[in-house]
Design a protein around this ligand. Structure first.
Ligand code: PLP
Length: 384
């Protein structure tokens, strides 16, 4: 017997981990000032791009001597650009604890053919940073979007180091305090925590990363969309809004709107508080629910954005089928879209808790998870 459904539905059922929910105040007419049909190199286009860079710096607290560029191909483009442009000068360590980090390992080993040291951890765990040599270049993902495991503390990375750190921060930026003095090349996409549009990446470079770019030329060819230097000098324009190729001015307007919204909720502090409140609501639910656990084993590593959950009940016969069916029920009811675990991750649910999600919607979702779980247990025993 399927239980009666909970009384309240989330006002917004969008809990996807990317593209993530738009800011609550979003509507398409908010983009009416977009510089559409104008050159991105005209004064109006350039000033919007520059504005996007400057306000990213302000909200994220990026130091004045770091460079911020808007680059092609979303976070993947930004991170690949960093790897292809910076690596190869010294030994490399690749760290991975879920599928996106593993993807960077594959590229470093199979495409760049680097003889890198690879350290991995299972889904739910994290690597031991004490065993990493930060005099080497180190590549890692701050928040593993597919396992909900994040770097526990800035102290995992030493402030003094000879190597560069290349940090994929796409599901961390605007939700976590990123320690800029420990990060040399940091990337994210607009489609994540601020609920912007995909296809544009942001690359943030420390002075030491810039020094590497200006003193070292990789052995491999670099396609035009990866090239950050010309004649051994950084192409400064890229970091002032003169993008490498044509950006979508509609996406730029959308990002500027998202930055306005970020400021309206108190900037980075307000964004982090919103994500924390969402994740705390889930923690209270998990603590009170015997059949549900976090995938992240150590509470210090638990994400406040991509919260990954696993079912833990001896009545479940096939974990993957069960979790998919629960997610399907929630989607069919229109109470939660896209919350099945990532395709390569262990079976379960993944609920996005970034700042654009309202805590009231997370709270409204939780009884529905219980409803769907019980309905699925009942359906499974009927089928048996
Ligand atoms: C940690 C991480 N890296 C990279 C990506 C790829 O991002 P994009 O599709 O914006 O390039 C994602 C997307 O979810 C991600 O979560």
């Amino acid at each position: 017997m399927v239980e009666t459904t909970p009384a309240t539905r989330p006002a917004n059922p969008r809990f996807s981990s990317g593209p993530c929910a738009k800011p609550p105040t979003f509507s398409l007419d908010k983009l009416a000032d977009a510089a559409l049909g104008r050159s991105h190199r005209a004064a109006i286009g350039k000033s919007k791009l520059k504005n996007a860079i400057e306000r990213t710096r302000e909200i994220l607290g990026v130091p004045a001597d770091y460079k911020i560029g808007i680059v092609p191909a979303s976070d993947t483009g930004a991170y690949e650009m960093a790897m292809w442009s910076l690596l190869g000068e010294r030994p490399v360590e690749m760290l991975a604890w879920e599928s996106f980090g593993s993807g960077w390992v594959t590229d470093a080993m199979k495409q760049l053919k680097l003889d890198a040291k690879v350290t991995t951890a299972e889904y739910g765990q994290i690597v031991d940073f004490a065993n990493v040599n930060f005099d080497h270049d180190v590549c890692f993902t701050w928040n593993g979007t597919t396992s909900g495991v994040r770097v526990p503390s800035k102290d995992s990375i030493p402030a003094e180091r000879a190597g560069l750190t290349l940090c994929d921060a796409t599901s961390a930026a605007f939700a976590m305090d990123l320690p800029w003095d420990r990060l040399d090349a940091t990337t994210f996409s607009w489609q994540k925590v601020l609920g912007g549009e995909a296809a544009h990446g942001v690359l943030i470079l420390s002075p030491r990363a810039v020094a590497r770019l200006e003193s070292y030329t990789p052995a491999w060819p670099l396609p035009k969309i990866f090239r950050l230097t010309k004649g051994g000098k950084l192409i400064d324009g890229i970091f002032e809004g003169a993008t490498i190729n044509t950006p979508s001015m509609l996406c730029v307007e959308d990002y500027l709107f998202a930055l306005d919204w970020a400021e309206s909720v108190g900037g980075l502090k307000g964004l982090i508080a919103r994500a924390d409140a969402n994740a705390d609501a889930i923690t209270a639910f998990v603590d009170a629910t015997p059949w549900l656990d976090f995938l992240a084993e150590d509470p210090a590593t638990r994400s406040n954005t991509s919260v990954c959950l696993k079912f833990n009940d001896s009545r479940i016969t096939d974990g993957a089928t069960f979790a998919k069916a629960v997610a399907k029920r929630l989607e069919t009811e229109g109470v939660a879209y896209d919350i099945g675990a990532y395709r390569d991750a262990p079976p379960g649910l993944r609920v996005w808790c970034g700042a654009t999600v309202e805590t009231a919607d997370i709270e409204a979702l939780l009884p529905w998870i219980t409803w769907a779980f019980e309905a699925e247990i009942a359906a499974q025993s009927q089928a048996a």
